[in-house]
Design a protein around this ligand. Structure first.
Ligand code: ADP
Ligand code: MG
Length: 704
């Protein structure tokens, strides 16, 4: 400790960090006292430390004492903090929802009496400026003499307010999470960001409520922060004991050996929703999403996300909302939200004025940062606000949200998987014709096309009557409704207690199929995510690369296929249209799916078997969806189609201008169709090289 003081004196650090355990081994009685009277002890301790620093020759240091690693019996849920906890040292596991900008506060104040004598007062309270009661020089009392605050002689400390919220896992079902306001000072300022989970070691304080100018006998509780512990291992809120770990391993061995693990997971995901053939595929991908791929940071500092984003587009009433709700409950750190009804912070983040009703700007975290390391289920994705639409691109891809507004600049993490659902604007999706791609339906949701490229997988769920299937679904729904327990009875039995930890691993659905209990599945997911970080072996990589190259080649061949002989493009032209069928994005999606599959099987190395499944799932959604060319994601039109459109535009221009086509004219007309300049230039240079057009003047072309 003397060592630390030395470093404080030399200005290397500005605080002394002491773990509670250290104090306890040193003096158990004192440690107990500290829990009961933290304010007083910390105050005296800080004063002593300051004196010590002065003795060592450091005059202007305001050191802090930070006590962390509090014992578990000091843990409180915010909702249970009451009068008995006031002025005690407690700790709580919370997530930070809002952070204000910084305001300086006077810490050591100097007052000058009318007699010129100066009195120093340490300001402990942040709500009221404390004045001297009596001048130590002339001995006169306050009121008879005037005290003037000597601003230039005062020392200041930074002050910041944050809002904390109970972590959802601790909140009884159906209840709103409790929130609290915490004051951070000195070195603690700017150490937390909205959306992060922390263990807050703090002292509850009281502040009398006011009605107009009158004080009432009621008090409000706020907290002053003593120290902040960042979460080191993810999912600490999910406790997995050794026995459960063994059970997880046993399950994986048993089912993994017979290749039935994915089927078991599919049966375990939302058993109340009947799996039509499409829904079975969807549930397969939801299982992969739950486990997720591995986020990696490369040596040059760029990060690639591991989370798998899925979009469910569907007609109303195909159980999208049900699936989303289910997944948000199942996934560790899952959050459900509806695009239409999110708070001011929206999906990403917002800087709000007067966030703490004292005129400061505050940064409030939206749904994505609050689901960091979990899953954000966003229903009615088509109804998200304009502001979110632009912010969501980086939030989903780089998984970072940058905010610079109202004196606050921050980068929030949004490392979560996104499961979104979208309805068509017109109420129902038009039937997809044989060769149409899913982008046609995507456009019917009214979402901007580039957003499609942020999703690894996009499913279309259509509500088409199919007699055999309809009967099965109907049976399933009715079975479900009759076998469920009345909600009122459940609430009666459990009061406001959280759902008890069930010990069961397997449950039997009313379709007589075995499936995993939600509780066990959640532990399994947390265990795998915490411990398994698969990387692909050479063979697995080879499989993906082969698929990638093969699809790219086959697209080149497809251009020679007579089917694309529309718009009267001659064979020689078609050879020159260079398409890029599968982009690197798709390759990354494939990698993530492969890693997720390996993770489900608790394999640290993803093998060719994992890659094959990922490939099958990926091919399934692409074939089903008829995506031919990934540039469709960007413009909603395949590159091939774009090139043809450019041809048509050129023809129109040449017809109107006696055979002359200006490059600028073509570009403008193409832009109006949503085709980028690059594509136009490429198409023109291809036609030029192929001898279909020639440049009669610089920038002007004619047909040969
Ligand atoms: P959406 O969000 O797609 O409009 P909902 O999730 O609100 O649809 O579902 C509407 C209702 O239809 C729900 O009560 C759901 O249980 C039922 N439903 C639809 N499809 C199925 C299915 N395959 N299995 C079980 N229930 C279904
Ligand atoms: Mg819905």
């Amino acid at each position: 400790m003397a060592d630390e003081v030395q470093r404080i004196v030399s200005g290397q650090i500005d605080k002394m960090e002491v773990s509670f355990h250290q104090i306890q081994t040193f003096d158990p009685d004192f440690a107990d006292m500290l829990l009961d009277h933290p304010t007083h002890i910390l105050r005296e301790g800080t004063a002593a430390l300051k004196m010590y620093c002065i003795e060592m020759g450091a005059q202007d240091i305001e050191p802090f004492i930070r006590i962390d690693r509090l014992p578990l019996d000091s843990r409180r849920d915010l909702r249970r903090v009451g009068h008995v906890d006031v002025q005690k040292l407690i700790s709580s596991e919370v997530s930070v929802t809002k952070v204000s900008e910084i305001k300086p506060r006077i810490h050591r104040s100097v007052f000058q009496c009318s007699c010129d004598y100066e009195t120093e007062i340490i300001q402990h309270d942040h709500t009221e400026l404390e004045e001297p009661l009596q001048c130590e020089g002339c001995g006169e009392r306050k009121g008879r003499v005037k005290f003037t605050l000597m601003k230039e002689k005062c020392s200041l400390v930074d002050n910041q307010k944050i809002e904390i919220q109970e972590i959802p896992e601790r909140v009884p079902s159906g209840a709103q999470p409790s929130t609290g306001m915490v004051i951070l000072e000195g070195d603690l300022v700017n150490t937390v960001l909205p959306g992060t989970r922390i263990i807050a070691n703090m002292i509850p304080q009281m502040h009398s409520e006011r009605k107009g100018s009158r004080k009432t006998p009621l008090f409000e509780i706020f907290y002053s922060m003593v120290s902040v512990e960042a979460e080191t291992t993810p999912f600490t809120e999910i406790i997995i004991d050794e026995e459960e770990e063994e059970e997880i391993k046993k399950l994986v061995k048993e089912y993994g050996d017979s290749n039935g693990l994915i089927d078991l997971l599919v049966d375990s995901i939302a058993p109340s929703i009947f799996s039509t053939p499409v829904l079975r595929w969807v549930k397969r991908t939801l299982a992969l999403q739950l486990f997720g791929g591995v986020a990696r940071v490369s040596s040059d500092g760029t990060r690639s996300r591991g989370d798998i984003h899925i979009l469910l587009m569907g007609d109303p009433g195909v159980a999208k909302s049900q699936l989303l709700t289910y997944m948000s409950n199942l996934s560790p750190r899952g959050k459900f939200t509806s695009g239409g009804s999110v708070s001011a912070a929206g999906l990403t983040a917002a800087a709000v004025k007067d966030g703490f009703s004292d005129g400061r700007f505050a940064l409030e975290a939206g749904v994505l940062p609050l689901s960091d390391r979990g899953l954000a289920a966003i229903d009615e994705f088509d109804k998200i606000s304009k502001q979110d639409t632009s912010a969501i691109h980086p939030a989903m891809e780089q998984q970072k949200i940058r905010v610079a507004k109202g004196g606050i600049t921050a980068t929030l993490n949004s490392r979560c998987a996104v499961l979104a659902a979208a309805n068509p604007i017109s109420g129902r999706f038009a039937p997809l014709s044989a060769n149409a791609s899913i982008m046609q339906s995507f456009k019917e949701t009214g979402l901007e096309t580039p957003l499609a490229s942020r999703f690894d997988l996009i499913w279309l769920l259509q509500d088409t009557p199919e007699p055999g299937l309809d009967e099965k679904i109907a049976h399933h729904i009715l079975q479900n409704r009759t076998s469920g327990v009345s909600e009122l009875q459940i609430e009666d039995k459990m009061g406001s207690e959280p759902i008890p930890d069930s010990e069961e691993i397997m449950d039997i659905g009313h379709d007589q199929k075995q499936h995993l209990t939600t509780n066990f599945l959640r532990k399994y997911v947390a265990y795998a995510k915490r411990n398994i970080h698969p990387s692909l072996d050479d063979e697995a990589k080879g499989t993906l690369i082969k698929y990638y190259i093969k699809t790219r080649n086959s697209f080149n061949q497809r251009q020679n296929n007579p089917r694309s002989a529309d718009y009267g493009i001659s064979q020689s032209d078609k050879n020159q249209i260079t398409e890029i069928p599968v982009t690197a994005r798709a390759l990354e999606a494939l990698m993530r799916l492969t890693e997720a599959h390996a993770r489900i099987h608790l394999r640290q190395i993803a093998t060719v078997a994992d890659a094959e499944v990922a490939k099958a799932i990926f091919m399934h959604w692409r074939n089903e969806s008829n995506i031919r060319d990934e540039s469709e994601f960007q413009t909603g039109m395949s590159q091939q189609k774009q090139s043809s459109t450019v041809r048509i535009i050129m023809q129109e221009i040449s017809d109107a201008n006696e055979g002359l086509m200006k490059m600028s004219q073509i570009i403008d007309a193409a832009l109006a169709e949503g085709i980028s300049e690059t594509i136009v230039r490429n198409a023109i240079s291809n036609l030029h090289r192929g001898g279909t057009i020639y440049e009669s003047q610089t920038g002007t072309y004619q047909w040969t």
